[in-house]
Design a protein around this ligand. Structure first.
Ligand code: ADP
Length: 461
């Protein structure tokens, strides 16, 4: 068959060497996926990570800067230089660090490399929460009640708007992220002060004073939808996850599927997400985050990157999300249609953090003894080994324990066993806390809301 211009454009995105612009468990995971696809890998590190095990298994390994993330994993110039020196054709940003930085995605592509992720303009749209909400409303994705426009300056109009939505409302910074830049307003007499404070915070932290308002939901669950798209308009959703077990907006345990949500309730939401991806020309993997309350879904944000919790969806859908992400970045057509996506069984993920199980303060030091669980339906994503030094510079995630079983109850039993079979000494980890949580009856019944974990922790004190 003669090559069409479209096919040659596609082959222009081909690469055979991937620079992994991240660290820790996800650097190891990305490297594995690349190797399985026959790609050459470049690992990078900061001075604190010189001994990282994924360094010795990569084809090239470069130290790109000091321990501080700002001078290494967030240093765009150093990463682009490393790519040039090693002949990398693509950069995988992982999660966190530069993964949702539109300017970086743009700089990578301008340097003639492939950014393994969506276009810079998709990242920018979804990073602006008002623009994201507008795009989602236009595509028919259900959103939290409230307008898709910035709050006006005039106090009387704002007060009218809050009354229309109904208290309590939440004021959010359009450029906010990481759980910052939002404030709940229970009553009308607190509205003006809340707006002034949030605006000032937004200006300082995110460089934009733009705010918007929506209904504050009081007992929602956090449900999310995983999507996978190529750059030719093909898109699928790979099922849903429940990430309601959170402490200070940080996810602790994730599961797939979300318990107690009937397929005919979630299917239209998944299909609306797929439609939204087509409308915005989304490419790669992404996650639509929803709050779910009283049987209804409300979009809150889209993450334009791979997520920490992607393994639970891999376990239930059987799709290797990382490999699929790399293949579509190479311009390959998605080799999956929606009717072929079949999610089976139940999966849990526990984030094993190097932190005190009671105070949650981070712990650092050398791992003197390590035993990891094994057996059917157990997966451990990690970079640690006996003798590994956990550094204080980065987030405390050191391993992800993932299980899969035919039912939720069996998956819970399997996680209890897996946690019991995990030994990490002499640093403190949250394993005792996770073991207690997996013995909890309300959690076992399922359908607990996003406040459950913090309430449970208070009761245990
Ligand atoms: P960020 O980008 O900072 O993570 P999100 O919009 O994802 O911000 O919201 C973070 C968290 O704040 C949510 O997981 C939820 O717990 C809470 N939240 C956000 N919007 C609402 C809302 N309308 N009602 C209730 N809780 C909300």
């Amino acid at each position: 068959m003669p090559e069409t211009s479209e096919q040659s454009a596609v082959s222009g995105r081909r690469f055979d060497t991937v620079l992994i612009a991240n660290r820790g468990e996800i650097a190891a995971r990305i490297q594995r996926a690349c190797r399985e696809l026959g790609l050459t890998t470049v690992a990078i590190c900061s001075e604190a990570d010189r001994e990282a095990p994924y360094g010795s298994t990569a084809d090239s390994f470069l130290c790109i800067g000091p321990s501080s993330a700002a001078k290494s994993y967030l240093n765009q110039d150093a990463i682009l230089l490393a790519a040039r020196l090693t002949g990398a054709g693509a950069i995988h940003p992982g999660y966190g660090f530069l993964s949702e930085n539109a300017a970086f995605a743009d700089a990578v592509e301008k340097a003639g490399l492939v950014f393994i992720g969506p276009t810079a303009s998709s990242i920018a749209t979804m990073g602006d929460k008002i623009a994201a909400k507008r795009a989602m409303m236009a595509a028919g994705v259900p959103c939290v009640p409230g307008p898709d426009t910035a709050l006006p300056d005039d106090p009387a109009s704002v007060e009218r708007l809050a009354l229309e939505i109904g208290y309590p409302v939440i004021i959010k910074a359009s450029g906010g992220g990481g759980g910052r830049g939002m404030r709940v307003v229970p009553k009308a007499d607190q509205l003006n002060e809340a707006i002034a404070l949030t605006r000032e915070e937004a200006r300082k932290a995110f460089g934009s004073p733009s705010l918007y308002m929506e209904k504050f939901l009081q007992h929602p669950r956090h449900i999310e939808i995983q999507v996978l798209c190529d750059d030719q308009g093909n898109a699928v959703w790979l099922g849903h996850r429940d990430c309601s077990m959170q402490r200070r907006h940080q996810k602790v345990v994730e599961e797939a599927p979300a318990p107690g949500i009937a397929p005919d309730i979630i299917r239209p939401v998944g299909m609306a997400c797929v439609e939204a991806c087509r409308q915005i020309g989304y490419r790669g993997v992404g996650t639509f985050e929803f709050l779910y309350e009283d049987g209804a879904f409300y979009f809150i944000e889209m993450n334009t990157r791979l997520q920490v919790e992607h393994p639970v969806t891999e376990m239930t859908s059987g799709v290797d999300i990382l490999q699929a992400q790399i293949k579509v970045a190479q311009g390959e057509v998605l080799n999956l249609i929606q009717s072929e996506v079949i999610c089976e069984g139940h999966s849990f993920e526990c984030r094993i953090n190097a932190e005190d199980p009671d105070s949650f303060l981070p712990s650092a030091g050398i791992i003197t003894r390590l035993a990891l669980p094994q057996g059917p339906g157990i997966r451990v994503d990690t970079h640690i080994h006996a003798g590994y030094k956990v550094s204080p510079y980065y987030d405390s995630l050191i391993a992800k324990l993932i299980v899969h079983a035919p039912t939720r109850a069996k998956a819970m039993a399997r996680m209890c066993e897996a946690l019991a079979g995990t030994e990490i000494k002499e640093i403190a980890t949250n394993i005792p806390f996770l073991r207690a949580l997996f013995e909890d009856h309300a959690f076992a019944r399922g359908e607990t809301d996003i406040h459950y974990l913090e309430q449970w922790l208070k009761l245990r004190r």
